[in-house]
Design a protein. Structure first.
Length: 367
C-alpha cells in the first residue's frame, strides 16, 4: 500500500464470543512517514500503540476464557478462575527473561486435568471468537495554490453605435488577358515577278470582316531603246471570311469581298506605247480606276505565313493614250476611253501574319 502524507491507520478489533455474542472494540492509530508504507515502530508513538494492540488482544482472550470458566460446571473451576484473574499472562525478570506465565499455572492445576478440560471445551470457541477489522484513513493533501497577481483590466472604449471587425480580404486577380490582334503584311508575287514592287497590309475588324490596302510602284525606263515599264497605284478591299479555316483563325481560309482601284501606267517596248490618263500631271489627272468583287483563299504554309490566291472581276474605266516614238519624240496616235468588264485583279500574295495570337499553330479564332 503506497501512502502520501501522514497516514492514520485505525485498527478496529472486534472480539466476538460465539456463545454469548459479546463484542469488544478498540481503536488504535498508527502513523506512516510520507511516501512510505512500511510499518515503522520507531516512527512517532507507533511502539506504544502496537503494545496497546497486543495488550488488548490478550485481554480479550483472558476475558473470554474467564467468562467461559465462570459459567461452566467444570471441576475445580474456583482455582482456574483465581489463576485467570490474578496471574499475569507473562512474567519477566529484570533481564527480560520469561520466568512465569498464566498458561503454566493453568497446566499445573490438578496435574493437567484442568488444562485438558479447558482445551477440550473452551479453546475452540476462544480461537474463533475474534475478528480484526483494519481500516485506513488518508489525510487530505492540501495542494499549494500559486497566487497569480491579476493585472487590472483597462476597458477599451468602443463605438456604441457599431462594432466593425476589420479583416484583410485577399482577392485573387487573374492577370488580364491581352486581346488578340490580327493583321498581315503581304506582297503580290505576280507583280514581283513582273518587276513591280508592291506591298499590302490587312487588318482584321472582327466578326469575320477585314479591310486591306495595297500599293505598287514600278517606274522603269530606258530612253535609248524606248523602253518604258511604268505603273503605280493601289487598291482597297473589304473582305468577309467564311468556312472552317476562317472559324478556326482569322485571315485564313475562304473570303469574298469588294474592291476599288486607282492607278496609272505607261508601257512601251520599242514600238507602240500605251499611257493611262493625261500626259504629265498627277495620279488624279491621269488615273484609271476599277471596281469589282473578288473571291480568294488564304492557305497557311507556315507558323506565320500564308499564301493568298485572289481573283477579282469588275469594271475598268478611264482615259488612255497611244503613241509611237519618232526621232526622239513621242507622236500621239489616239486618245481613247476604256470600258472593260472582266478580270481586273489577280493576286498570288505571300502573307506575313502579325499580331498577338495570329499564328497558324493556334486554333479557335475570334469572330
Amino acid at each position: 500500500m503506497h501512502m502520501r502524507g501522514l497516514i492514520v491507520s485505525a485498527f478496529m478489533l472486534l472480539g466476538c464470543i460465539q456463545v454469548f455474542g459479546q463484542e469488544s472494540r478498540k481503536e488504535v492509530c498508527i502513523g506512516f512517514p510520507v511516501g512510505n508504507s512500511t510499518l515503522d515502530t520507531a516512527y512517532g508513538d507507533n511502539a506504544m500503540r502496537l503494545s496497546e494492540v497486543v495488550s488488548f488482544l490478550e485481554s480479550v482472550k483472558k476475558d473470554s476464557t474467564l467468562e467461559l470458566v465462570e459459567v461452566s460446571d467444570m471441576p475445580h473451576k474456583e482455582e482456574a478462575v483465581d489463576v485467570l484473574r490474578n496471574v499475569p499472562e507473562f512474567t519477566y525478570d529484570n533481564k527480560g527473561v520469561l520466568v512465569d506465565s498464566r498458561k503454566k499455572h493453568l497446566m499445573e492445576l490438578q496435574y493437567g486435568r484442568t488444562w485438558h478440560y479447558m482445551h477440550k471445551h473452551f479453546f475452540d470457541q476462544i480461537h474463533n471468537a475474534s475478528v480484526i477489522l483494519v481500516t485506513v484513513r488518508q489525510k487530505p493533501v492540501i495542494e499549494e495554490k500559486t497566487v497569480v497577481k491579476e493585472e487590472p483590466v483597462v476597458p477599451v472604449p468602443t463605438d456604441t453605435t457599431s462594432v466593425v471587425e476589420k479583416t484583410d480580404t485577399v482577392v485573387a486577380v487573374s492577370p488580364e488577358t491581352s486581346k488578340p490582334f490580327y493583321m498581315a503584311l503581304k506582297t503580290n508575287m505576280l507583280y514581283d515577278v513582273l518587276a513591280v514592287p508592291n506591298i499590302g497590309v490587312e487588318f482584321y475588324l472582327g466578326k469575320n470582316w477585314s479591310i486591306s490596302g495595297n500599293w505598287m510602284y514600278g517606274w522603269w525606263k530606258k530612253n535609248s531603246s524606248h523602253r518604258y515599264w511604268r505603273i503605280y497605284g493601289g487598291d482597297i478591299a473589304v473582305r468577309y471570311w467564311f468556312g472552317k479555316k476562317a472559324s478556326e483563325k482569322p485571315l485564313t481560309g475562304h473570303h469574298v469581298g469588294v474592291y476599288g482601284q486607282a492607278f496609272t501606267y505607261d508601257f512601251e517596248w520599242g514600238g507602240k506605247g500605251y499611257m493611262g490618263g493625261e500626259p504629265g500631271g498627277t495620279l488624279w489627272d491621269k488615273t484609271n480606276y476599277a471596281a469589282g468583287v473578288e473571291y480568294g483563299y488564304s492557305l497557311p504554309v507556315a507558323n506565320r505565313l500564308n499564301i493568298d490566291f485572289t481573283l477579282g472581276v469588275g469594271y475598268w474605266g478611264g482615259k488612255y493614250y497611244t503613241y509611237t516614238p519618232l526621232d526622239g519624240h513621242y507622236v500621239w496616235q489616239a486618245t481613247k476611253n476604256r470600258h472593260w468588264f472582266g478580270p481586273t485583279k489577280a493576286e498570288i500574295s505571300l502573307v506575313w501574319l502579325l499580331g498577338r495570337g495570329n499564328s497558324n499553330n493556334k486554333k479557335g479564332g475570334v469572330k
